[in-house]
Each structure stands twice: as C-alpha cells, then as structure tokens.
Design a protein around this ligand. Structure first.
Ligand SMILES: [Zn+2]
Length: 706
C-alpha cells in the first residue's frame, strides 16, 4: 500500500489506509471520510465552500430493483464536519430526466424545486444549487472545491491559457457563469468535447475533479491543487514584487493590538448604523502583507471574485486612511475623520444596488462595510454574530490569497459587478436568508459579567448567552474562570464565549481585560458588576482590613469597571446597560453587617448617581437586589454562613429554610432567579427604565424601596 503515498508540499495528504479499509464497501461512508479530509485543509477549500458526491447502486424501496443513487452534500454545512445527515440522496435517472423539461437559462431557478422530486433518501438535506453539476458528470466520485490556488488561476486575465498549458489540456475550462442548471449542462458539454480530462476549472469560481473510487478522487484532487500551488509559488516575487512591493510597515505586535482595540468600538458604532454588529480583528501576516503593499488600495477596490468570497465580505472592503500610529484618543475628532469614509462607502453600495437591481430584486440590505482594512495595523470584520464576522475574515484572507496568486502569474480580474449583484441578490439566496432563525433579544450584544467563574455570575452569563449575547467571563481565580469558560463554550460555541482574568480593584487589569474584549468582539454593551465577597462582623470586630477589602471589591470595583466600560460605550455611541448586583442589605439594617451593608448601600446609591450621569447617552444603570442566594454562591465561604446563622441563633443547615420562611412568597432564591432579573432589565422590554431596583428576594417588606 505504501506506493500509494504521494509527496505533497502545498496540501496535506491525510488518507489513512487502515481507516479507509474499515469503510470498504460503504461508498457513502468513504465519501464522508474523503470530504472530512478535504475540509480539514483550508488550502483545499474555504469554510462551507464546495461539495462532494458519489454515485452508487441501491435497491429502489418501491420496486426492489437496483437503481443508481447520487449522494451529494446538501445545502449549507462544511465539508470538514460533513455527516450523513448533511447529504442529499437522489435518483440519478430522475435528475438526468430533468434535462428534458428544462426551459432555458432564464428559467433555470425553477429547476431547484424539482430536485425535491428526485429524492431517494427521505432523510435527505435540502439539495443544493450545485446538485446537477455533480449529476451530469458521469463519475462515481466527484469533488468540487474552492482552493485559493486554483481560483487564483480562475480569476486572472490569462487563466484559461495558463490552465491549458499547465495541465496540457487535461483540465477543462468553463467560463464564469452563476452556478445552476445551465452551468451543469456546460460542464457536461466540456467533458464531451474533451474526453479523458481529469477535471474542469470554472472561471472565477473553483474546481471540479473526480475519480472512480473515493481514494482516486482524493488523490486526483490533491495532485491538481498541488500543481496549481507549486506554479504560483514558482512565480511569487519573480517577475515583479508581491503586490507591487512594500508601501508601509506595520506597528510592532503589541502596539497593533492596542491601536486596534482602541479603534474597534468606534468602527463598531459606524458599522451598526442599521443593525447591531459584532466585531472580529486579525493581524494575520497574510493580511499585513496585503494592506501594507503598493497595490492594496487598487486591488481592494476591484472587489473579490469567487462568489463565496463576496457573499461573505461584500463586494469590496473599506480601506481606512489613518496613519498606523494615528492618535485615536479624541473620540469626536476621530469620528469626524472617519465619518466621510463611511458615508462614501454607503453611497457606493447604494449606487451599486441601484445600478444593478432588477424589478424583482429583494430590498437593499445593510450598506455598511463588512471588511475594514487598516494599513499597518490589521483587518476588522463586522457581522450580525461573531461566527459570521470571523468567517468573513477567513474569506477575505482567501480573497487576498487569490489576488496574490493571480497578480503573480498574470493580472487579477474581479467578477463583473452585475454578476456579483445577481449572486448577492439572487432570489434563491434571499430565500435562504429568510429561512434563517429570527435573532434572539440579545443577538449582536456583548455582555461582560464580573465574578462569573461560578455561582450567580456564571448563571447570569449563561442566561445572557442563551438569549443571544456574546459573553465575556471574568474572575480573579484562574481555575474558576477556565472551568466556567469550558462549560459555557460547550453550550454556546467558542465563538460566543471568551474569558479574561480580571481583578476589579486594579485599573491596569481592567484596561487589559477591556482591550481583549474590544479585540474579541469589537466593544461591549452590557456590564454586570457581580464580583463580590462578604464579611459578617459587628462594629468592634470589623478590622480596617475587612472594611477596606469590602469597599475595594464592591464599591471601587463597581466604580472602576463601570468607568472603563462607559469609555468604550461612548466611543460606540450605541447606548448600553450597566446592571449592578447589590443586595437586600443595601436597604435593610441587620446585625453584624456594618462593613458589607455599608458597601452595598454605596453600590446602590452609586447606581442611581450613574443613572443620572449617563441617561443622556442612553446608558441605563439598574440594580438587582437579591437576598439569600445560597446555592453555588461564593459569599457563603469565609465563615459568612456561620456568621449569619449565629446572628439569627440557628444552625447553618437551617439557613435556607429560615431565609425562605421570612419572605412573603416563602421561596428559596436560586442563581437562575437573579440571572432572569438581569435579562429582564437588559432584554429590551425595559429599555425606558433606569435607576431602578429590582428585588429578587422572595418578597422582603423591609427591603421594599421607599
Ligand atoms: Zn462552488
């Protein structure tokens, strides 16, 4: 078997003979295995891009007769994680029969609905637009991928000629055409005219390759892409410098991050003029090479080529004309400087829409840029959620790779704007968007919860994440933080949850943490000051150390975190929420509570003062007053439970029932109850309330706000 293993330099050969042998005889399993290997190497295809298929004889459930069935990746999903549930299984003879009723190019979209009449496997995923492209090629195994190296040839001026010479005619060529039934017929025609070819290049789009077996298709695909890659590498920097040569240099790494974090909230504000956006930042070296080059501005304006690229990144990025080390601190000055660029971009997009729309085109979508390039610093991307923003960045890096390759061997050619528009506003694409789930109440928002390594803070973070927010967990104890992070990422994906170590009493660590947040999500919208501790002592036992610690963590902590967050909120200019987790003890006098109760009262009054300060900027400041949350709470450590039990003359075990009984509702208060209150204040229904206190204590009349 070892003679099978080929040497590859630019792609990863991952085929495991033993693994494949264990799947022998199950062509669908082999298809999935091959697809996962292909999807694991981003040099082979972009995220979510491309599709694979196999054709296999199966018994017809109605007649028992053997019939040929094609299994092909269905609409959506990614090859790297493709499972059987992501495939569509269709009768091949029925798909081929569709050719007889096809009415021509202007009617090709109607064919998509007919694919459903060809379904063999009732558990099929919806068949994708690429289904006939696989059906009309008579090969058992087919790979359709979007490798940057191949698209570089597909998107250059002399692409067809280079392709012919490089493969001596063994890879066919079909000019750019929007994917659909008609393109499938063109592929079939190309094969008829060029019998014996090993693949077909689609101009401006991607590659089709195939084989009799899953393995043969895999190796053929790898060999072809390897050859494109090697060809590009031979040419990089040879006849001309990469991207026309270096124009500027990057700031040093740490400075880039500071500058990006400082700018991100301002950009986020601009990009959120229609819909609230989440940000992503990267200073990947491929991005820096591009944006620091002579040709960056010219190429960026030309727009991207592969449809996948511009669907994710918009037709072109916004290039900022700021010096890498520009002083970004004066918010108003900065906005004045940036505002014309955003106005011009939106106007450009509106014109693009107006110039290319058809009578039945969907309404214009958000005209703000998705990709923003800052020479010397890096690339920002903004989208309705973090995953989409991150993937947009990946796609723009794909586009950069394509432009780099195309310019090295020839001249980069972007797709004509009308073609780009017809894909972007394709009715089938619009239908896909309409099928997407409605956004949750906190979608597009970023929430930072202090002390969220466990207990109430973790419950709050989980609730806000469940309602759609991106979450920043913070805690002073690294082990608590990492445990909480792992759990919540499991529930809500790595994209949506990040963690930063934070000591709420230190300005430096607060600044460092918020820098991470701005780089991670572009800014912040909701601050929950929850970090706390408690000490139960009378006046004479309370030491100065006890007093200072409570004041530091509860009062100064709330002050410092709010101050740092409001600076970011002001730069975004999108309002915001501060929710302070205070306590019934802010209002009720009890024994042995002088230090804690005083600090809680200060937190409460500070909340009202901040509400008065920040209302003009639509930043709401509200308070949740819980009482006696025992489960999972940190404050019951440090002898607090014993202290309270002693103060009431009962045992520690009797505390929960004691607390429940003294409430009007006779309820035990759980962390989730406090979390629900935070959501109630931030979820949108109470947007006209600030300076409020919401009790979550089962009803304690002494703590009613008078
Ligand atoms: Zn494609």
């Amino acid at each position: 078997m070892s003679e099978k293993v080929r040497e590859f330099k630019y792609v990863s050969y991952l085929w495991d003979d033993a693994k494949a042998a264990s799947l022998e005889g199950d062509e669908v399993a082999l298809l999935l295995y091959r697809s996962n290997l292909l999807g694991a190497d981003l040099r082979l295809t972009n995220y979510g891009g491309g599709n694979t298929s196999c054709k296999v004889m199966m018994p017809d459930p109605l007649t028992g007769a053997e019939t040929k069935v094609m299994f092909v990746k269905g609409s959506g999903g990614d090859l790297g994680t493709l499972k059987r549930s992501g495939l569509a299984g269709l009768y091949l003879d029925r798909l081929l029969a569709l050719k007889k009723i096809y009415r021509g190019l202007e009617h090709e979209d109607e064919m998509v609905a007919l694919f459903n009449h060809c379904i063999y496997d009732l558990d099929s995923k919806a068949p994708s637009i690429d289904t006939p492209l696989h059906a009309f090629l008579p090969f058992n195994h087919i790979d359709h991928l979007h490798p940057d190296a191949a698209i570089a040839i597909a998107a250059c001026k002399d692409g067809e000629q280079i392709n012919r010479e490089l493969f001596e005619g063994s890879i066919g060529w079909v000019d750019w055409q929007r994917p659909g039934f008609d393109l499938a017929l063109k592929l079939e025609d190309c094969l008829h005219k060029n019998p014996g070819i090993r693949g077909i290049m689609l101009g401006g789009h991607g590659l089709f390759t195939w084989g009799d077996t899953a393995y043969e298709s895999y190796v053929n695909t790898l060999e072809v892409i390897e050859k494109y890659s090697a060809y590009l590498h031979e040419h990089f920097g040879k006849s001309k410098p990469i991207f026309g040569g270096v124009k500027g240099t990057s700031l040093p790494g740490e400075k880039r991050k500071q500058q990006a974090a400082n700018l991100a909230p301002v950009l986020r504000g601009f990009c959120s003029s229609h819909t609230r956006m989440i940000g992503h930042f990267t200073d990947d070296e491929r991005v820096l090479e591009f944006i620091n080059s002579q040709d960056a501005e010219r190429l960026a304006q030309m727009g991207t080529s592969c449809p996948d690229h511009f669907l994710r990144t918009k037709i072109c990025p916004l290039v900022l004309s700021l010096a890498p080390d520009e002083d970004l601190n004066d918010t108003e000055q900065l906005k004045e400087k940036l505002s014309p660029a955003f106005t011009a971009y939106r106007a450009y997009y509106e014109k693009y829409y107006e110039d290319h729309k058809h009578a039945n085109s969907p309404a214009m979508r958000d005209p703000n840029p998705v990709v923003i390039l800052y020479p010397g610093v890096g690339m920002f991307t903004f989208a309705k959620d973090k995953q989409t923003a991150r993937v947009a960045a990946e796609f723009y890096i794909n586009a950069i790779n394509v432009m780099k390759g195309a310019e090295a061997v020839s001249e980069y050619v972007s797709l004509p704007l009308q073609e780009a528009f017809d894909i972007e506003y394709w009715l089938l694409e619009e239908a896909k968007l309409q099928r997407m789930p409605k956004p949750k109440p906190l979608s597009g928002k970023v929430a930072l919860v202090t002390g969220s390594g466990g207990g109430i803070g973790r419950a709050i973070a989980e609730k806000l994440a469940a309602e759609g927010a991106c979450i920043v967990l913070t805690d002073i104890v690294p082990e608590r933080l990492s445990a909480s992070l792992a759990e919540l990422q499991q529930l809500f994906t790595k994209d949506r949850v990040m963690a930063v170590k934070l000591d709420v009493t230190g300005t430096d660590t607060i600044a460092a943490a918020l820098q991470e947040v701005c780089l991670g999500f572009g800014g912040v919208d909701i601050i929950v000051n929850n970090a706390g501790l408690s000490i139960s002592k009378g006046l004479l036992e309370t030491t100065l150390g006890d007093w200072d610690l409570l004041q530091d963590v509860l009062v100064k902590g709330q002050f410092l975190v709010s101050q740092a967050a409001v600076r970011i909120m002001q730069r975004q200019k999108m309002g915001g929420d501060i929710v302070n987790i205070v306590s019934k003890n802010a209002l009720v006098s009890g024994p042995n509570n002088v230090g804690y109760g005083s600090a809680k009262a200060a937190q409460l009054h500070m909340s009202r003062l901040l509400a008065a300060d920040l209302g003009g900027e639509k930043i709401r400041v509200n308070v949740v007053n819980p009482d006696a949350v025992i489960q999972g709470s940190n404050i019951w450590a440090n002898g607090w439970a014993e202290g309270r039990a002693k103060a009431y003359g009962i045992s520690v075990d009797e505390l929960p029932a004691y607390y429940a009984k003294r409430t009007l509702l006779n309820e035990t208060i759980l962390p989730e109850d406090v979390a629900n209150a935070v959501f109630a204040l931030t979820g949108g229904l109470l947007n006209k309330s600030t300076g409020n206190v919401l009790n979550v204590d089962g009803g304690v009349p002494a703590a009613f706000v008078r």
